[in-house]
Design a protein around this ligand. Sequence first.
Ligand SMILES: [Zn+2]
Ligand SMILES: [Zn+2]
Length: 336
Amino acid sequence: MKAVEITGENACEIVDVPDPRVRGRYVKIRIHSAPLCTESNHYASGLMVRDLGHEAAGEVVEVGEKSRVKVGERVAVMPAHSCGECYLCMKGDYIHCTSSVDPLESCHSETGTSTIAEYCIQQDRLTMQIPDDLSYDHAAMACCALGPSFRASKLMQVSSYDTVLVAGLGAVGLGACINALYRGARVLALEMRPYRTELAKKLGVEAVIDPTKDDAMEEILELTHGKGADKVIETTDNPDSPPFLIKAVRGRGEITFISWSGQIPVRGIVGKGLHVHGAWHWNHITDAPEMLGLIRNSRERLDTYITHKFPMSQIKDAWDLQLSGECGKIILHPQE
Ligand SMILES: [Zn+2]
Ligand SMILES: [Zn+2]
């Protein structure tokens, strides 16, 4: 099959590699939609990683002897390779499993753990069936595009009573806006890049504030009648962001961290009586019907959010564009 390999700083190639093999509960998926995520950072730095990409939707073309998923099913592929046996896996919170398994070892396969490729492999329980009325591109938004912020919105029970502040309008932040808007919230965002600012406004975000401006905090307070945002979703990975956001949220408000960096000022949390959450990914075992409803009813917004689609042969152009920041979510089509 064709796959992509990083060959140096800002350099990559399409390569021929063996097709993946499956055994046991694993299934082989012909990838029709592979949304791009953090791999562009590896491309920029020249870091050659084994697993390139973790977001995909496609058709099951081969199954292991124990698989409960059948050939021909259309599925979204969940990220991570968890054990399936621990407390967290059994609850569907497999993303937090600390005993991950190696699919290549389990299947005696050389390939299959990258999604920027024609085929990938995954355990049957880590796939989600796609209803006939949803396209592969839309269904693939159940991965990082909408997944982490779906969890964040659910944890904080975001509703039409809320003003939600989304920090950062990368692909995850824009996905957070779609989640909050779908739940009827009023949405404000923090971002300085003009392209992303315009895109968020097209989605329905009321105001985008440049956090580097001296009066950014005053602007947020003005927009929230002096009290601060009811709920905050942090996606920036900027270490200065958490202290700013603790100031920007109202007393007894809630904040969910999707990003992994920065120090949280405990003093601010206790002083304001805040609820603080962490959201990495969502639970497709318990929440698939809600996620599919979100996707089904947000198709127009998703078509605004997905700004570019590339065949796999143009992966270099796709990554260059992603690194420029002049895009929303980018999708790669590995069969083209
Ligand atoms: Zn586990
Ligand atoms: Zn991702």
